[in-house]
Ligand binder design. Structure first.
Ligand SMILES: Cc1ncc(COP(=O)(O)O)c(C=O)c1O
Length: 456
């Protein structure tokens, strides 16, 4: 098989992400490994972009896809429901804890679609309960909620938004607690400033003059900041402020849901109960396109007791083949105890082993911060550890480290912009939960060498 497709130089009939670089051709996956057409093996240390959780190449998932396509491959959700949709929705509500009892799930084909659906659901809820004035969705700077225009409007990732801004309707963005680069002059691990950040939400809601419908956040910041966990008490205060103002709380757990952080959903670490929970990525572990909006009973009741119809839909929402995959993935997560495996706070787990191994990188000259939880970690690089001065963005240090690692057979997820939206380099580490302690040790050794190769 061709190992790179380089028709007319780098041009291809496929509109690829970059038209400037050649891509290796992926041909096989198994466990934590991917192989390209040259036979080179890669350890998938970031599960692509924090997608795969159960490991690559699981045969039983392929089997359920075939079985479901043979039975019924597709029906339109305006005409039919299916056994797999009804059963998987009930199982997912259980998995999302008692707080969602009596609620309901809306399935999509991925994260951005699910975020769009959640934003519209929040608006419809407010209209149904007689609060038609409420339409603004508040969010945070340096967040990422997806690439469609509605999701982009509530995201705070400067680089990904810049050229599209004239096309989107914007509402207020508040500050994001980022302890390594805290806005406040604190020396207590952000114990108090979490409250100062939360108060910004109070003020932003008041400034809408009763037009705020919802507030959306990632409980643990994903790609943009690189696995930044919230300071103590922050999320609880946010939840309380939303409740007090009649504003729905939407938790974007596209990346952090389905066990990634060592809990079924990351919100459980801080004991907060969002009105709407959005998930994707690990939900299907990448075996099929799938996302989900999980709504509490309060939200669903408003529609059931009001207009009685959801004013939103996609041709492929609740696609039977994707749902058969999701269901089989959830069974595997549970039967193999993968949420526990991901728990970095528990003794003798791969989550714990990953935390310890990554912490050891702090001795490197350019490693400024190592942060994260469960199997979701960020490593941030700086020119000067004392001043936390980032590298010039043109150097693309994170990209270079990613490439140095790739040459060594290790895949990580490089990102830029954590310091101010443009500069600041970090990589995201988020392996499948089936990784072993030996594989982690090998991967972190390669990462250490990849950083050294780049620093030279
Ligand atoms: C927190 C978060 N929300 C939403 C999305 C968008 O999901 P998708 O890329 O599946 O559309 C992502 C993707 O990285 C994400 O990390």
């Amino acid at each position: 098989m061709q190992s790179t497709f380089t028709h007319q130089g780098l041009r291809s009939p496929l509109l690829r992400r970059s038209l400037r670089k050649p891509y290796p051709v992926a041909v096989r996956g198994e466990g934590v490994y991917l192989w390209d057409a040259d036979g080179k093996r890669y350890l998938d240390f970031s599960a692509s972009a924090a997608v795969n959780f159960i490991g690559h190449g699981v045969r039983e998932i392929a089997d359920v896809m075939v079985e479901q396509s043979r039975q019924v491959e597709f029906v339109h959700s305006s005409q039919f429901t299916t056994p797999v949709a009804e059963e998987f929705a009930a199982e997912l509500l259980d998995f999302a804890s008692g707080h969602f009892r009596g609620g309901a799930v809306f399935f999509t084909s991925g994260g951005s679609e699910a975020i769009e659906a959640a934003l519209k659901l929040a608006r419809q809820y407010q209209v149904e309960i007689g609060q038609a004035k409420r339409h603004q969705v508040l969010s945070r700077n340096q967040s990422y909620h997806g690439s469609t225009l509605g999701a982009l409007a509530v995201s705070g990732n400067r680089k990904r938004r810049e050229i599209y801004l004239p096309m989107v309707r914007e509402f207020a963005h508040i500050g994001m607690p980022y302890c390594y680069r805290c806005d406040f002059d604190c020396a207590d691990g952000c114990r108090n400033c979490g409250q100062q950040y939360a108060v910004e939400l109070d003020h932003a809601i008041e400034a809408t003059n009763g037009e705020a419908a919802a507030f959306i956040l990632e409980p643990v910041s994903g790609a943009t900041l690189g696995a930044v966990t919230p300071p103590p008490g922050y999320l609880q205060s946010i939840a309380e402020i939303c409740r007090r103002h009649g504003v729905l709380l939407i938790a974007d757990e596209v990346m952090t849901g389905m066990g990634r952080t060592g809990r079924n959903f990351a919100c459980e670490h801080w004991d907060i109960a969002p009105d709407i929970l959005v998930t994707a990525k690990g939900l299907s572990s990448g075996y099929a396109p799938l996302g989900a909006v999980i709504a509490t009973r309060k939200v669903v009741d408003a529609i059931a007791d009001g207009s009685g119809a959801l004013l939103h839909g996609y041709t492929y929402n609740a696609h039977p083949v994707s749902l058969a995959v999701g269901r089989a993935v959830l069974r595997r997560i549970q039967s193999q105890n993968l949420v526990h495996a991901a728990d970095s706070g528990a003794a003798v787990t791969v989550g714990g082993a990953l935390k310890t191994a990554l912490e050891s990188l702090r001795d490197l000259n350019i490693v400024g911060d190592v942060r994260g939880i469960g199997l979701l970690w960020g490593v941030e690089f700086v020119q000067d550890k004392k001043t936390k001065q980032p590298f010039p963005p043109e150097r693309n240090l994170a990209g270079q480290i990613g490439e140095a690692c790739r040459k060594r057979g290790l895949l990580v997820y490089p990102m830029q912009g954590c310091a101010d939206g443009v500069s600041g380099d970090h990589i995201l580490i988020a392996p499948p939960a089936v990784i072993t302690a030996e594989q982690i040790a090998w991967a972190v050794e390669q990462l250490r060498k990849g950083i050294a190769d780049t620093e030279r």
